[in-house]
Design a binder for this molecule. Structure first.
Ligand code: OFO
Length: 178
């Protein structure tokens, strides 16, 4: 059973995950507007991943005797001055989220909630991967600089990204149960 404080902290973090999804979707449409469809594709997948992070966290709350509560989602930035600025934003954002996840781990420790601590390990690992991948993309875009053909090549490469659900996650857990 989750404590009220743990329940609230998880719902707050789920809200930040949903904001991440919204932010990356906003970036996806920004890239579409400047005809960089590989980058747009990468961001759309990123947005889908963040939605899964949101639902996975709320599923945990609901499945642990808590109550999943929806909070208002902040409107994300709408436009960026360049692909480089957008990818720099991704990198900064992911580092901020890592800090939030680590703060949540501390709440679990303070609440002596070992089960939630264990559940959050997946997010800690995920953040390591997301920081790595956003750093990798940022480096590619930085290396391209003003070279249009290098940017087009980076755009093409990012367009090859494929979506995978995390192991054990059910997108439609109630299907067939009614
Ligand atoms: Fe939810 O992993 Fe990024 O923010």
């Amino acid at each position: 059973m989750l404590s009220d404080r743990m329940n609230e902290a998880l719902c707050q973090q789920a809200n930040r995950e949903l904001y991440s999804s919204y932010l990356y979707l906003s970036m996806s449409y920004y890239f579409e507007s400047i005809d960089m469809l590989g980058f747009a594709h990468w961001m759309r997948l990123q947005a889908a991943e963040e939605l899964v992070h949101t639902m996975r966290m709320l599923d945990y709350v609901a499945g642990s005797g808590g109550r999943a509560r929806m909070l208002a989602v902040e409107a994300p930035q709408f436009s960026w001055s360049s692909p480089l600025q957008a990818f720099q934003h991704v990198w900064d954002h992911e580092r901020t989220v890592t800090g939030l996840i680590l703060a949540l781990v501390r709440v679990a420790e303070e609440e002596k909630d070992a089960a939630t601590g264990q559940f959050l390990e997946w997010y800690v690992k995920e953040q390591v991967e997301e920081e790595e991948s956003s750093d990798g993309v940022l480096s590619q875009v930085k290396a391209a600089g003003e070279d249009r053909s290098a940017l087009v090549e980076a755009d093409r490469k990012l367009g090859e990204r494929r979506f995978k659900f995390p192991k054990g996650f059910e997108m439609f857990p109630y299907s067939g149960s009614a």
